[in-house]
Design a protein. Structure first.
Lengths: 288, 157, 803
């Protein structure tokens, strides 16, 4: 157990950012990743443990212009039930339905899931294909500064992001999907939820004249981070979604990924799954 | 020596003041500091649900919670539920339907079931199975647990 | 009796076959039950074990000085502190604290007793161990190659010569000249001739994997010495009396000074049938600390240090004639014994029975070699080798049926035995519902039609293929006479209110034995279930029982309880006859009354009669005892004999959906027919079967303890996949009541049966769906996908046994 020298539970964003500015802070939200990681010795809890669950600016799901802004403290259960998410971002709600267990969904937050930056993180692939943008806040010079970054660029490695040590992830913004937008999510597993997936797939785009445009394809658990798949996207973009296109896209998907062997699956099998299930998802999109 | 922190919270309807290590998890607090052993240690990693409690009405794995995060909140454990007449029908359903064998998973199951009843009062068998997907049982094969919860959901058989 | 009272009539009723609620369920549902993990003894210390950082290594030095100096640490021990420690386990090859070498990842090097778990864990981190690595043997096939490093080498003196210890010195001290831990050889009939008579012969290797019990309550023990040096152990052992004797031997103590109390258990399934190092170590700590010492595993430790199911590599040859008659089975197995020997090595006792006697087998030849490696060791686990054997046998049954063009159900019915048959191994089938099991399971699942439809649909388009498969199992149902006695003792007393205290040697491990025994007693005495209190968990009080294993408790403890109850009934009716001037033979007990048997007319309330008996000139209490020894026999040196008082069968039909794009196999339905003799507690037996089916489902599809080079890669629930609620199949369960003559109310044992043939039936179902047969477990998605794509290596082991 790491020495925690200070425990803070700020009640405003300003206060939280002030503590972060002082350095060496471990952020606690739902705790569902932090607790097991710290027990396993992979993360230190100190010197300062900061519980952000009481910061009101981090809560809430709301329409913000042409985007939906989801506060970082929104729990997975809240996302599942939120009317804006269900109506406009059903693929995100579906991913949330395949997330761990009810008990973990009730505590886990979207900010935590993003910050944990697992290559297999359940919300990350749908967020990427929805063109999500993360909001980061800090207080380097006495006043609150914010910046945004596409989520697809946010991850640098397993458990690592571009969040600076004095920054707090405050929200994720998703542009409202346009008319004709389709999005699909697939998480491989023998269970509906409580599984760390061997692979996951997100596909999104705007259907025009039987073709996918603004194509977004993302894969989870096949790389050190969740990744977009540009070659697969190119194989689909603007092309009629017929059997030949789908076959080409599935092949591109298989070739595009370079997964590893681990205790959950071998690289070969992961590539097979990527191919087979990309094809199946595209077939469903074409039939819809 | 690790940092100690004072928290005040409601436990099974009674206000409590407890001093805990800042890094302590809620399960160890309940079992070792407060002394309520009805909530069980099954894995310590949130994979088995044996430690399910309810916090501000939501079901959670106590092993994943930081004890300090209980501050200002309302926590209910199996002991609190056992004293709650509303939960009688649920407990009786477990007994009547043979949903208890060794009983080790039972407190977590009953706590999670109480959450399902509160949030999905008309849950069917499939919804209940999803609802307890985070609770492992080695003895029963789950069927009678699902039957018990379903009968409580429909206001008793 | 007041003559003006109207006569009262008690209607007949029975508890047998009813849905009876488990007696301890209300307490458990309220979270009030205190398991061993929940127990807090005043002054208790907490213990932790330092486990090996290497798989196979010499221990050069252990420095515990820093650990001992940590505030709050009371005792730190290593092997040097217990020079008189005795090796444990059936082969006496296992010292609790390792002396000069470690042989597996879980090996115990040192132990700490401290004021808290936190301090104990901190102390472990301060213990410095120096190792010299030795080559790791991770494959039993490597372990038996000439020149292979020895896991238990014979000791050498300083001069390099062999130290010859006295004959019969335990293996832990004397070592072995090779890595063979145990061997078993059995045969009946003339296998060579039978093979010559066969029209079809199959030979295949089957590979069965590591799984583990995953009891929801982790292992724990509490040891306490009193002021006179008597030992009190709180233990979840399934065999308290055997353990009492063994602990006495290991501790050089008089057995009368050891008392074992069994707190409620968080699951057993066979995991608590052997003595493990942590228990002996906890006792050493308690002795040294002079305080109660409690040790509870973490879940990771539970995965690493609990025994597994026995992994088996087996090559089976099966033959039959073209008319469908089975001719022979010849099987060689290689058992990975792990570093130390526990009950996994003795699974051949059960496997032989399946190979020799599941269906009519004229000739059978069986050989097991158990070989030391640096892997985890296997213990006893529900089914005890039978799952592994049945997996091979029932696949060959389908293969042979297909080869001779016979319907697979017909083929099985043709070879299924009837009551009255005796097998080549000397097992006498008294009650036998084998054929009924086959027929009922097949009918209720519509096996034949679906089997044919699925075959036709194999070539249809679409990735999802349906399959249906059938398999049967045979297991002992009336105990197993492997110890000097297979009996159970009961003490029964009735109090002044006609409440019964039933003191039984049989343990309750969550399977519902308390409730069933109460039912049987209440049936005899005409009392409600609520009238019985069961005492079953203290060796100082309860009479001897060999233990909870071999699905024996209902049968043997049940007969024992009935015996005591009948003695009590006899005494009661004799007293009632005397008092009320009638004939004993006219009377019976029913509904809390002594009644006239023919009319049901109440003669006297039982409670009143008890008080009259007690508070009279010839004061008498009703207390009886009974020891039931089943009429089975010990096997002879050739393993032949009628080892159980009854045998039980089940047939299960498993339906699957195989997604050929992913390899995911969903088990959609299991239809089972179980010959249980008689249903006693319908609620309880359903629960046993449903739980066993899902355990079998996990064995077949999802559970896999991954051990690589002696290291367990997935010691947690995240990556060791138990079945969760949304995955369970639809279950249709029927009972065949063959009414066993010896069984209590006709019942036979069922505890292990439901897990045994699920994997075999699933294998047959996958073949039915896809045309691909898979010879190794588990059927994980990747394993199935590889097999479907022809990318799986079929297991192959050239059958071998030592000369």
């Amino acid at each position: 157990m790491t020495e925690i020298e200070r425990y803070a539970a700020p009640t405003s964003l300003d206060e939280a950012l002030g503590i972060l500015q002082q350095g060496e802070v471990r952020i606690l939200a739902g705790g569902t990743d932090l607790m097991p990681q710290s027990k396993a010795g992979r993360l230190a809890l100190g010197p300062t443990l900061m519980n952000i669950r009481r910061v009101p600016e981090l809560k809430g799901v709301a329409l913000d212009g042409d985007a939906i802004r989801i506060g970082a403290l929104t729990t997975i259960t809240e996302l599942l039930a939120d009317p804006l998410v269900r109506q406009h971002l059903p693929v995100l709600a579906e991913a949330c339905d395949h997330f761990a267990s009810d008990q973990i969904r009730n505590a886990g937050t979207i900010g935590g899931n993003i910050g944990n930056a697992s290559p297999a993180g359940d919300t990350l692939v749908p967020l990427i294909v929805l063109d999500a943008v993360v909001e980061l806040a800090s207080k380097p010079n006495g006043s609150v500064a914010t910046r945004r970054m596409p989520l697809a660029e946010f991850f640098t490695g397993p458990g690592r992001t571009k969040r600076a040590a004095n920054e707090l992830l405050t929200a994720v913004r998703i542009p409202l999907p346009r008319a004709g937008h389709v999005a699909r999510f697939y998480k491989f597993g023998t269970r509906p939820a409580l599984d760390i997936s061997a692979i996951s797939i997100g596909i999104a785009g705007v259907v025009r004249d039987g073709a996918l445009t603004d194509t977004r394809v993302a894969f989870g658990a096949v790389a050190p981070t969740p990744v977009r798949a540009p070659r697969t996207e190119a194989a689909l973009e603007g092309k009629r979604l017929d059997a030949a296109t789908i076959a080409a896209a599935a092949n591109a998907a298989r070739d595009e990924v370079a997964p590893i062997d681990d205790v959950r699956a071998t690289a070969w099998y992961r590539k097979e799954l990527i191919h087979n299930m990309t094809k199946r998802m595209l077939d469903h999109v074409a039939q819809a | 020596m690790s940092l100690k922190h004072d928290i005040e919270f409601t436990l099974n309807g009674v206000r409590q003041r407890v001093t805990v290590d800042a890094g302590l998890n809620a399960l160890d607090m309940l079992r070792d500091v407060v002394g309520l052993t009805g909530t069980k240690y099954g894995c310590g990693e949130g994979e088995c649900g044996a430690c399910t409690i309810r916090v501000d009405g939501q079901s959670m794995n106590a092993c994943l919670m930081f004890a300090v995060d209980c501050d200002g909140r309302s926590v209910v454990t199996i002991e609190g539920l056992a004293a709650d007449p509303k939960a009688d029908a649920l407990r009786e359903a477990f007994v009547e339907h043979g949903a208890v064998q060794c009983g080790f998973c039972t407190p977590g199951m009953v706590m999670q079931a109480s959450h399902i009843l509160d949030t999905q009062p008309h849950a069917d068998a499939d919804a209940i199975k999803r609802g307890i997907e985070g609770n492992l049982c080695r003895c029963t094969g789950y069927k009678k647990i699902v039957d018990a919860i379903e009968s409580a959901c429909c206001g008793g058989k | 009796m007041n003559v003006a009272e109207k006569p009262r009539f008690i209607a007949p009723d029975t508890l047998i076959g009813q849905r009876v609620q488990k007696k301890d369920a209300p307490e458990k549902a309220a979270g009030k039950t205190r398991y061993i993990q929940d127990m807090v003894l005043p002054g208790q210390l907490h213990a932790k074990i330092l486990r090996s950082a290497r798989v196979h290594a010499k221990i050069l030095s252990i420095d515990t000085s820093a650990a001992k100096a940590l505030p709050g640490v009371h005792v730190v021990i290593t092997a040097a502190d217990v020079p008189d420690q005795q090796p444990i386990g059936v082969a006496r090859d296992h010292l609790p604290l390792k002396r000069d070498r470690v042989r597996s990842q879980r090996d115990e090097i040192a132990a700490v007793a401290a004021d808290s778990e936190e301090i104990a864990e901190a102390a472990l981190k301060l213990i410095k161990v120096e190792y010299e690595d030795l080559p790791v043997i991770a494959d039993p096939e490597d372990a038996i190659k000439p020149g292979a490093p020895l896991i238990h080498p014979e000791p050498h003196g300083a001069d390099g010569k062999h130290l010859h210890l006295k004959p019969n010195a335990p293996v832990a001290f004397a070592g072995k000249p090779d890595n063979v831990a145990m061997r078993f050889d059995y045969s009946h009939g003339d296998v060579a001739q039978a093979e010559a008579d066969s029209d079809v012969v199959f030979e295949d290797t089957f590979k069965l994997h590591y799984v583990t019990h995953c009891c929801m309550g982790v292992s724990g023990v509490i040891a306490e010495f009193d002021a006179s040096g008597n030992l009190l152990m709180y233990s979840n052992t399934q065999v308290p009396f055997l353990h009492k004797r063994e602990f006495a031997e290991y501790l050089h103590m008089d057995p009368s000074r050891i008392r074992i109390v069994q707190p409620p258990i968080g699951g057993g399934f066979g995991s608590k049938l052997d003595i493990y190092p942590f228990e002996v170590i906890c006792i050493f700590l308690a002795r040294a600390a002079k305080r109660p010492v409690k040790m509870v595993f973490t879940r990771e430790e539970e995965f690493l240090a609990s025994p597994t199911r026995q992994p088996v590599l087996l090559t089976l040859r099966s033959g039959c004639k073209k008319d469908g008659t089975l001719t022979f089975r010849q099987v060689h197995t290689l058992h990975d014994n792990g570093a130390y020997t526990s009950w996994g090595a003795t699974t051949p006792f059960v496997m032989m029975q399946t190979f020799s006697s599941l269906y009519r087998v004229p000739a059978c030849d069986y050989h097991t070699t158990a070989v030391y490696t640096n892997n985890p060791y296997a213990g006893s686990f529900r089914g005890y080798g039978n799952l592994q054997a049945t997996f091979a046998i029932e696949q060959h049954m389908d293969m042979m049926a297909e080869a001779i063009g016979m319907d697979p159900l017909e083929f099985r019915l043709k070879n299924a035995q009837d009551a009255g048959e005796e097998t080549g191994q000397g097992m006498k089938f008294k009650s036998c519902g084998f054929k009924e099991c086959l027929t009922i399971a097949a009918e209720r699942s519509d096996y034949r039609t679906k089997h044919a439809d699925n075959l036709a649909a194999r070539s249809a388009s679409g990735p999802i293929k349906r399959g249906i498969g059938i398999a049967s199992m045979l297991h002992v149902g009336g105990g197993a006479k492997i110890y000097p006695s297979d009996g159970c003792g009961t003490i029964l007393k009735l109090d002044d209110f006609a409440n019964v205290t039933l003191i039984t040697g049989a343990s309750e491990i969550g399977q519902g034995s308390e409730t069933v025994l109460s039912q049987l007693v209440c049936e005899e005495l005409g009392l409600p279930i609520s009238a019985v209190t069961v005492v079953n968990n203290d060796t100082a009080i309860t009479p001897w029982d060999v233990g909870v294993h071999a699905s024996r408790t209902t049968f043997i403890a049940g007969n024992s309880a009935i015996g005591a109850a009948r003695k009590a009934k006899s005494k009661i009716l004799a007293a009632a006859a005397r008092k009320h001037g009638c004939d004993e033979a006219e009377l019976d007990l029913r509904g809390g009354f002594v009644i006239k048997a023919d009319s049901g007319e109440a003669v006297v309330e039982l409670a009143r009669l008890m008080r009259n008996l007690h508070f009279s000139d010839k004061a008498e209490l009703v207390m009886t005892t009974f020891y039931y020894e089943p009429p089975s026999v010990h096997q002879d040196k050739g393993f032949k004999g009628d080892v159980s008082a009854a045998y039980a069968w089940a047939t299960q039909v498993v339906e699957v959906e195989v997604d050929t794009d992913t390899g995911i196999v969903k088990m959609t339905k299991v239809t089972g027919a179980h010959d249980v003799g008689r249903v006693l507690n319908r609620l309880g037996i359903e629960g046993q079967i449903e739980g066993g089916v899902v355990m079998g489902q996990g064995y077949a599809l999802t559970e896999n303890l991954i051990v690589e080079n002696g290291v367990t890669r997935n010691p947690n629930f995240r990556d060791y996949k138990m079945i969760t609620a949304p995955e369970i199949p639809e279950m249709d369960i029927s009972f065949v009541e063959s009414m066993d003559g010896e069984g209590p109310q006709g019942a036979k044992g069922v505890g292990e049966a439901p897990s045994i043939c699920i994997a075999a039936a699933a294998a047959n179902a996958i073949y039915n769906a896809t045309g691909v047969r898979i010879f190794g477990l588990p059927f994980t998605p990747e394993a199935v996908y590889r097999a479907l794509r022809g990318r799986a290596d079929k297991p192959h082991w050239q059958a071998w046994k030592p000369a």
